[in-house]
Each structure stands twice: as structure tokens, then as C-alpha cells.
Design a protein around this ligand. Sequence first.
Ligand SMILES: [Zn+2]
Length: 412
Amino acid sequence: MKIASHLILTLISLLFFQMLGMGQNAECGTDFIHDTRMQNDSAYRNQFLLFESQVDSHTDNQASSELKSLIYTIPVVVHVIHLGEPIGTGSNISDLQIQQAIAGLNDRFRNVNGLGVDVELEFCLASKDPNGNSTNGMNRVDGSTVPNYSANGITPTGNPCSGAIETAIKDLSRWPVADYYNIWVVSEICNGGFVGYASYPLGGLYDGLVIVSTSMTSNSGTLPHEVGHGFFLYHTFNGDGGNAFCPVDTDCLIDGDHVCDTPPHKQGDCGTTNPCTSTGVWDNSRYNYMAYCPLVNRFTQGQKDRIRATAIVAPRASLLNSAGCETVGLNEIGSTALFSIFPNPTNHVINIKADLTLVGSSYLVHDNTGKTILKGIITSENTSIELGDLSGGFYLLSLGENLKQTFQFIKE
Ligand SMILES: [Zn+2]
């Protein structure tokens, strides 16, 4: 009897997790929040419409832009608003999970699977904080004291659900939006109602992206989807009236999702044919990161043009000039009370001299995009890391408690 009930419980939880995976984008809250504000907040509506016309005209010009082949790098700060768990447990996800989530995000924007286009835009975890100090780009705050957070998570502004007030959660930890793209990792949104939502790019103190901790992973479809909204992509089915009708697509640059190579469709249509139209490349919509379909694997050229047109106008343009991912000057780092690293620059080996109390902790070598190159354990007070055939350039070495200490080194 006991075994049977255990089996049933296991089956129920397996089913639950499968549903979460299938429906992860179906629970995106961006449009719900945006539509509410468009109806109720005339200042927001005016600002939004003005910004949209700006981006639409830039998108038109993007093909001739001299900036088109430049790779844009966006500094990111991740705020983990946890429930008081130890690091690496529950909503207080580990540094490594966050680094891997950003690496996975970059893989999708850079089209590593080869199925879409390379947006030539990527994200780096901040290495310099707003005061100019070295950082790993992650902040952790216990949000359990904010009323209703433990029970229901965060409530997006304008939503009637009974979680914590959005601004109260974001005020726990946020960095200037002009220099960093802010990502808040939360325990829940509306008691499980949504897995993520993002602000369309209008700036303001609370601009950024909110995602539940279980979706902040290396293979997340939610993270690229929400970042897409943050760079002004709509859903591929934008204008379908909630799966009610085929979106109008008379002028593809200003109708539907304002993108011409993603055929208009209804959000529930993900099959082998598109009931709305037979023209265009259907796979570009049904396999798109901005669809609600179960298998997503691409951004398109039209979306790339729109993302990049957004990146070069205010408020996102200032991110391109941010110092957030510059490394702190070499003579300012290289040693702390607990560590020193040498030689720097180096050819083959980087040595770590660590305080005895930190033997047994881990280290991580990553590049400026947050991609992990090497990892291991500090085995003694003097640990050597073989760099092998790493190509020459700048790297970051994170180590110590929760990998909070980050040093830059140069491989010659
Ligand atoms: Zn969405």
C-alpha cells in the first residue's frame, strides 16, 4: 500500500514537471501586464506608441546600418530574491546555475544550434558593480520578510493576484537600468500563475525581467523568450485576440508582431500546417522562441533587425556604452586577503594561493560572456590550474565562498 501510494505520487509529480516543461512559455505574463497598462495608464500608452514608431522606422533602416555586423554585449545583473534557503537550495539557486543560464541564453541569441539566425547580441554577467568594484554580477536577498512573498511570490504591477508588491521586491536589489539589464529571479509569480515576464523597453526604475527560479536554467525557453520581449519582440501570434482569430498582416512591419519573416498565426496553432496562411516559412513561427509552441529553437532575421534597432535607441542604447562588463583594473585585483593569483599574464598555468580556510571550495574559469571554460576544486593552499590550449585573451577566475571573488587574468 505504501509502495503503491509512493508510486502514484511519483507519477503525479512526473506529470506535473512534464506539463511545466511543455507550457513554460504559455505562462508568460508580459502581454497581460502590458495590455492592462495600455488601457489604464495614458502616460505609458503615449510613451509606448512613440517608442514603437521610433523602432519601426529604425528597423526599416537597419539593413543599411553601418552597425549591422557589430556584436553588441549587454551587461546583466541577476538579483536572486529567495526565501531564506541556503545557496544552491530551492529558490536560492546556485551561482553555477545562473552562469549556465546566461551561457544558454547566449547560445540561443548567437544561434549555436544553427537553426535560426545569429542575432549578434550577447549578455555578460557584470564584472564591475555600480561603484566600480569587482563583482560576479549576482546579488542575493532574502525576500521572505516582504508581505505575501513567501506564500505567493511577486505580483506584477496591475495584476490582481495576491503576492508581494512588485516594486517592494525590486527595491530589495536593483542596479541602474542605464548600465545593467536587471534580471530578478523569484520564487513564484502570482502563486504559480506565470513563469516570467519582462518590461518592454521603456526604461524607468523597474525596467527588466522577472523569472521564476525553476526557469532560470541553461536549457530554459523562458529566458530567451522574456529577453526577446525586453528587446521589443512581440509574440509571433501577436494580434490573435487570445487564440480567437488570425492576426491581421496587411503591412508586416506594423501589423501582427511587426516582423515580416514570421507568418501570422494563432497561439494554439503549432502543427505541420498554418491554418492562417500558407505563405512564408511556417517553421519560423511555430519553432520561434516567441511562440507558445512546445518546441522552440530560433530567432529570425526580421526579429534580429528589430532587436538590434531597439538596442541602438534609448533606453537600451546606453547599455552598449556601459562599463558593467569591463574588468576592474589589473592592479586593483589579483589578490585579496584570502587569495592571490599568479603569474598574470600567464602562458600555461595560473596558480592560486588560498587561505587555508578555503581549501575544498570550488573555482570556475569563464570568459566575459559567462561561458564556463574550466572548473574544479581548490585542493590545497597552493593550487595550479592548467590552461592547456585555451586561446589567448582575457578570462575571469571566480573562487571562494559561493564563487564571490572574481579575478581577471590574461592568457598570452
Ligand atoms: Zn511572452
